[in-house]
Write a new protein. Structure first.
Length: 134
């Protein structure tokens, strides 16, 4: 899954995967707040944190057969793993719900924004990023 995060303004931005709708315990997420990216696991546990790099605005949570990866990208095509955790320490990720969440925390309306694009559900019968990758 991919999300494009634009820094600027007072905004919290989240890309999450939940085991069931509204399940806040079994959630994996990327969380952006005040120029910091947080990779979070179940029960909002911190997997990793790093300064937000505006040259790598694409975020993705992906999985192999044994590991979940929190990744970033400059172009939405080439990915760098920023954090990982074994699936056995998390929850089964073979069927999850996507959560996109944006909140402003400024007393002045309209001071932040979030933009989401190119949601990829991982279907193997479709080319990955057909409109942005060569």
């Amino acid at each position: 899954m991919e999300i494009h995060v634009d820094a600027g303004g007072n905004i919290n931005n989240k890309l999450g995967l939940q085991r069931a709708p509204g399940d806040l315990v079994n959630t994996l997420s990327w969380w952006y707040e005040r120029d910091v990216l947080y990779a979070k696991g179940p029960n909002d546990s911190l997997i990793a944190s790093m300064p937000y790099d505006s040259t790598r605005p694409w975020l993705r949570i992906s999985a192999s057969t044994t590991t979940v990866y929190w990744e970033t990208s400059a172009d939405g095509c080439t990915w760098i793993s920023q954090a990982s955790a074994p699936i056995s320490a998390l929850f089964p990720v073979n069927s999850v719900y996507v959560v996109l969440d944006a909140q402003t925390y400024s007393p002045t309306p309209g001071t932040g924004f979030a933009r989401y694009s190119h949601l990829n559900t991982g279907r193997t019968d479709l080319p990955l990023c057909p409109t942005i990758c060569p």
